[in-house]
Ligand binder design. Sequence first.
Ligand SMILES: Nc1ncnc2[nH]cnc12
Ligand SMILES: [Zn+2]
Length: 336
Amino acid sequence: MSDFIRQIPKVELHMHVEGSIVPSRLLQLAEKNKVSLPYQTIEEVEQAYQFDNLAEFVDLFIKTTEVVQSAEDFHVITQDYLKLCQAENIIHTEVFCDIRTYVDRGHPPEMVLEGINAAFDEQPDGGISGGIIPCFIRHLGPEIAEQDWQILKKHQDKYLAIGLAAVEQGYPASLFKKVFKEIHQAGIKTVAHAGEEGGPEYIWSAIKDAHVSRIDHGVTCLDDDDLVEYLIKHNIPLTVCPQSNVKLNVCGHMSKHPLQDLLKRGLNVTIHSDDPAHFGAFLTDNLLLIQEHCGVTDQQIYDMTVNAVHASFATEHRKDAMMAQLNQYKLQYINE
Ligand SMILES: Nc1ncnc2[nH]cnc12
Ligand SMILES: [Zn+2]
């Protein structure tokens, strides 16, 4: 069964690029850039990656981003990540980043956008496709998001969409209504983390106030039948990250994850890794874990991958090519 998961072409839509920095690269960048970290060995880094909740995680996440200090560093971490994608047969990936953390440290925003894009640009024809989704850091509030938008406005050819991430509780998308209206009017697609720790009202707000094409996480939608109905009617994808939900105490053990309930209700679910290095599970691991602990079948894995192709911001032409690749696996494994 797991051969199917390892071999099927995959699509990643919810992955924060600094969350893919493996401990060895983290330590190497810290040494190169003379950043003093509270851990010296790979084991110490791994031990530090234990979290009680999202706020605690976001705090550590932002601290570890200090090791990334140049476009070349972003280039290298994205190259590392794309190599892992190749090994997992991830054929398309849309990576989150934020510019604010770096702008506040005196770096130009181009450092982030151009560093990451340089790695995508090196992909050969027919190689891994994708791009960047810069996110506002919601706990910094709407004024900072507006400043970020003024920067991002000038670089519209360098990203696929704009997102909203970081500490959710107390920071609904409604606070960012004005800036998201401007972004929407500029014809730029949006996504937002919602319903990770926050309740259904955060998801409603992401839909109504941030005009999102996808909800990142969205697992708490099950607490509101009207919301579930709305998400189904409008076919709004939920980019669900099972291992992240376990590691950040959203759902307890993986066997308690609400994934099968989301699927039974007929929601448009896709599966992703969020911060794979921090949570110890890249995309393939997440798929293996849900198969083992949530009873997810190969057919469900296939269907969620098809959902991810359609939920992506790839061109229609690229989506057709991805579907052609996926269909081969359908014939091989599902129709047998
Ligand atoms: N799981 C997550 N939720 C919100 N913001 C994040 N930034 C990195 N990982 C995140
Ligand atoms: Zn996330």
